[in-house]
Design a protein around this ligand. Structure first.
Ligand code: C6P
Length: 420
């Protein structure tokens, strides 16, 4: 009965998304590629931008631009207001307790490096352990390796199960009293697996560790409430959320940010400076050295307004419908093997074909106007674990429709003809 109610809700939510209007909001969807209408199935790499974001950034540069937090003139005040409003929009969007818990960075990679160096560098001791999953994007792996090499800590990777779900039994087995940090994705950028963040947070906290979530592929598909998820840090990037590149977010619990030393030194992050030493500003300024991404933050704020105007529930319902259709449609193409079929998934469908290398697949479907990604997707350890050197990956954005996967499936038939 409860399941029935949820299903009805999601169907209603899906119906609430006016797909034609949404598609009309994205100018790039008017483009033809090789004489065919663009079918963009690469939003996990970077999403396309709605007019609202493009206009907000143009307006910021045309009418309100100056440096922030520095000038006493009108333009600087307006730019500062725009920048701080973006911080507040992010805080509201992810359920942060206060805007001060939101650090605006140059992107998720910068944010994860910041947490690894500033938090990890301060707490990790020789023999401590950092638990990741084998499916992590390099951005949530290499920074931990770097801080491990500096501190003598050890990085350990939890395997995935056959279907691509995280092996929670193994994670529970591998966590120990030496585990200081668990760092995992919200959603895998290759498998699409949705990690059980609440369970991971409970596991971390039961061992006195913190949970860092790489939310790049999560926040775009799922409604995020950092307090309900129970994590300690949540990181994402603007350009996958229909915003600009060059902007990202680190949310951290207030108490953790307050104790964390700065990552980069420079203007804007200090309290007092003398020739020999300095004291630092409170968070978030402590972590925002130098001129920040000003127009980009305003663009991110506009992107958040945009997705909120559609509603994250409606977006999720629409994308879950497409995900099921993509599995069905691509899974029915003879010779295609889906990679990642966990019960809990979001937004990503990867696959391989018997007859062709993923790079060849991507090149051939591009001739039909279909943009997909091929390679290791910055997740080499996962591909090694799967015994593959590459996969072809489709990823879903709010503007995608069932017909996009029909086009792809037809193009895959051509791949078979060429490589038979
Ligand atoms: N993944 C993809 O095609 P940046 O580059 O800093 O904005 O985001 C890095 C990043 C971190 N974590 C995850 C889970 C990601 O998917 C990405 C970016 C792109 O899968 C580009 S490699």
């Amino acid at each position: 009965m409860a399941e029935q109610a949820i299903k009805t809700d999601s169907v209603l939510a899906s119906e609430m998304l006016d797909l034609e209007a949404v598609r009309g909001d994205f100018p790039i969807l008017q483009r033809q590629i090789h004489g065919q209408p663009l079918v963009y199935l690469d939003s996990a790499a970077s999403a396309q931008k709605p007019r609202a974001v493009i206009d907000a950034m143009r307006d910021a540069y045309a009418n309100h631009y100056a440096n922030v937090h520095r000038g006493l003139h009108v333009l600087s005040e307006e730019a500062t207001d725009g920048y701080e409003l973006a911080r507040k929009k992010v805080a509201d969007f992810i359920g942060a307790s206060a805007p001060d818990e939101v650090v605006l960075t140059a992107g998720a990679t910068m944010g994860l490096n910041m947490i690894a160096q500033a938090y990890g560098g301060a707490v990790l001791k020789e023999g401590d352990e950092i638990l990741v999953s084998v499916a992590e994007h390099h951005a949530n792996l290499v920074p931990w390796q770097m801080v491990a090499q500096k501190t003598g800590a050890v990085v350990k990777a939890v395997p995935m199960r056959e279907d691509g779900a995280l092996d929670m039994a193994k994670a529970t087995e591998m966590v120990s009293k030496r585990t200081r940090i668990i760092a995992m994705a919200h959603v895998s950028n290759v498998l699409g697996t949705l990690y059980d963040i609440k369970a991971l947070a409970d596991l971390a906290h039961a061992h006195g560790a913190v949970l860092v979530v790489d939310g790049c592929q999560g926040v775009v598909h799922e409604s995020v409430d950092v307090k309900a998820l129970g994590c300690d840090f949540y990181v994402f990037t603007g350009h996958k959320l229909y915003g600009p590149s060059g902007i990202g977010v680190v949310w951290g619990r207030g108490a953790l940010l307050a104790e964390m030393p700065p990552f980069l030194g420079g203007g804007g992050m200090i309290d007092r400076v003398s020739i020999t030493d300095s004291t630092y500003a409170n968070p978030p300024e402590r972590f925002e050295a130098g001129t920040p991404p000003i127009a980009e933050s305003i663009g991110l704020g506009a992107a958040i307004d945009y997705v909120q105007s559609l509603g994250m529930e409606a977006i999720s319902a629409h994308e879950q419908d497409l995900l099921a259709y993509a599995h069905e449609r691509l899974g029915a193409v003879a010779g295609v093997r889906l990679i990642g079929t966990a019960a809990e998934k979001s937004g990503v469908v990867s696959f391989v074909m018997d007859c062709a290398h993923p790079h060849d697949i991507a090149t051939i479907v591009d001739r039909a106007g279909v943009a997909i990604r091929a390679g290791h997707h910055c997740a080499q350890p996962l591909h090694e674990f799967l015994g593959l050197n590459a996969t072809a990956r489709t990823s879903i954005g709010i503007y995608n429709q069932r017909a996009d996967f029909d086009c792809l499936a037809e193009a895959l038939e051509k791949v078979k003809v060429i490589f038979k």
